[in-house]
Design a protein around this ligand. Sequence first.
Ligand code: ATP
Ligand code: ZN
Length: 692
Amino acid sequence: MERRELAVDGMDCAGCARSVKGAIEQVQGVQEADVRLMAGKVVVTANANAQPWPAVSDAIERAGYTVADSASEPKESAATQTHTRRSMGVLAAVAAAVLAMAVLGHGLGVFAWIERVVPWPLGVAATFGLGYPVFKKVAVATLNRRIIAHTLMAVGVAAALATGEWVTALIIVIFMRLGDYVESFTTERARDALRTLVHQTPQQARIERESGTEQVSIGEVVPGDVVQVRPGEKIPVDGTVLEGHATIDQSAITGESMPVEAMPGDSVFAATVAHGGRLRIRAEEIGEDTTFGRVVQMVEEAEAHRGRMQQWADQFSGYYLPFVAAAAGATYLIGGSIMATVAVLVVACSCAFALATPVAMLAAIGTSARQGVLIKGGKYIEALAQADTLLIDKTGTLTLGEPRITDVISINGITEAELLRLAAATEQHSEHPLGAAVRRAATARELDLPPPHDFEAVPGRGVRATVDGTTVAVGNASFVGNAPGISTNRPGQTPLYVSVDDELAGVLWAADAERAGVQSALDALRNHFDTLEILTGDAEQTAEVVAERFGLAYRAELLPDDKIAAVRAHQDAGRTVVMVGDGVNDAPALAQADVGIAMGAGGTDVAIDAAHIVLMRDDWALVPAVVQTATRALGVVKSNLVLTAVYNMLALGAASVGYLPPVLAAALHSIPDLGILANSSRLLRRSSVTAD
Ligand SMILES: Nc1ncnc2c1ncn2[C@@H]1O[C@H](COP(=O)(O)OP(=O)(O)OP(=O)(O)O)[C@@H](O)[C@H]1O
Ligand SMILES: [Zn+2]
């Protein structure tokens, strides 16, 4: 199987996407075509042996669309806020002019006059000439046995021509072209949010070759190459600094331009910008494999993760066309007026139903991505807006996840240094933050660590290994055992029990600092969620202190599986669950939640993969912000749908009883599309996710 991305021009709505998908999937050897309307791309999976690629391109062209040269080259975006406004102004002016002409013409009998003085073949020719692109699409769709929105309008035009009303037909065609433009404009505008992101993708790199440095396109860089970056330049790859010192602006990834220092040994990320010094960087990940590349890719894929509302709207827009056709038939049979029938065919706008959701969702997703919040689909926006239960991981989420060992207490005659030495040796290969804390404490005392053998890490409990011929275990009470002589009560601190040859040898106390901004974020979140609960693997007493401090419910001493079960229990009770975690050790629980939010994931692949929403920087303020974004986006979707529904009801009603002359109907057709555009661009305009 081979997977290829093709850039396809001319896809403006869900209907177009369906045509393209259908056309490609009929090609021999093609397994699947995943159309990404907003990215203007199709991802085709096919059996490479069948050599389907020329046939795929043909199929796309035959369906009425064009295959652009390269999928990776982002188009230059000229569209900005002012651009939108100006274009909408021009559109409105043109529409108003044509409308005025049409209504006046109709009322003052100018139509009749034009029809008298202009020979009808000329008028018919003009109608066909102007309408050619639209008629061609309709013809192609019909040949593929598909009805598209324009099919009905084309029937309307034909009916008008058949009754000799060629001026009406011509004006309908003018509005059809105008409507097409409005629709593609709406889609283009939604694409801007994504395009601005894609546009930050590095295209070039300066790599070191034996013959000297060479500027190459990013596709030629391979892992291991050494890349040079000058002050003010974009870092082209994910990699490690070999030489130099610079201040890095990571806003492309984190959405915040707080500079970070980079020195030899530090990791740096593609699409971030180096200031103040030159760097030599060893390339590790390139292109799509970089953190930034993955973000872009996931935003592009976000379209595929549709919420219930969008699935419903997509289905509905499919049923709507036959319904309108039936309404037109009934209008003709009951009222007998061809002009009323034409008006019905022309006024209905099914596209708007399909556009209502993705335009708003993509606007929210694109805008959020630039602010360091990666949302993987409209589905999660919908769930987030409707969620009522917030589960929060403790370590690494409410706290920094960088514990320190505050106290070492030995018993049974062993020295403190020896206890720490054995514990740290046992934790040598641990990936747990507590393991790192123990190692740091040993390093601070300059202890030499013997190598551990038979290392074993038990999730949610602790670690065990053979050190210097003795068996050492470090972990919680249920793993190591507690001794009556040891005080276990230190509010907010975590005890790590250490046993040597199954004999308790002491306790290491660990303390973790709280993250900033938790309290105010939680206060904001209480408006949205009625249940807020901590889920932690940590000890009861430790959890209790934190829970009390933030006024949260809690469940402690949970094993990783218990966390998943806790999420599921809430879901079984009919609740919509959002879980916030660090995405590393609680990934399965995040995945189980309706919406899993990973915090501070900048650079960790596990977290980016596991969560549905990824916060690219450690900032609690982003949590209420993304909830707010979701709520607003869903509000816009709902008002888009209501607007479209009300419009269609009123318009169809008026048209079917003959209140709406066909020319006016044609003029009104694009109103919902424009409404959706205007309504949804509210989501683009204001940056709702800010760090203050
Ligand atoms: N490497 C380790 N060394 C020592 N103790 C450990 C280790 N791994 C786990 N433990 C013990 O198991 C407990 C639970 O660990 P787990 O990783 O499930 O949760 P946590 O990191 O404490 O908190 P949270 O669930 O909030 O992320 C820890 O509090 C600790 O007592
Ligand atoms: Zn369309």
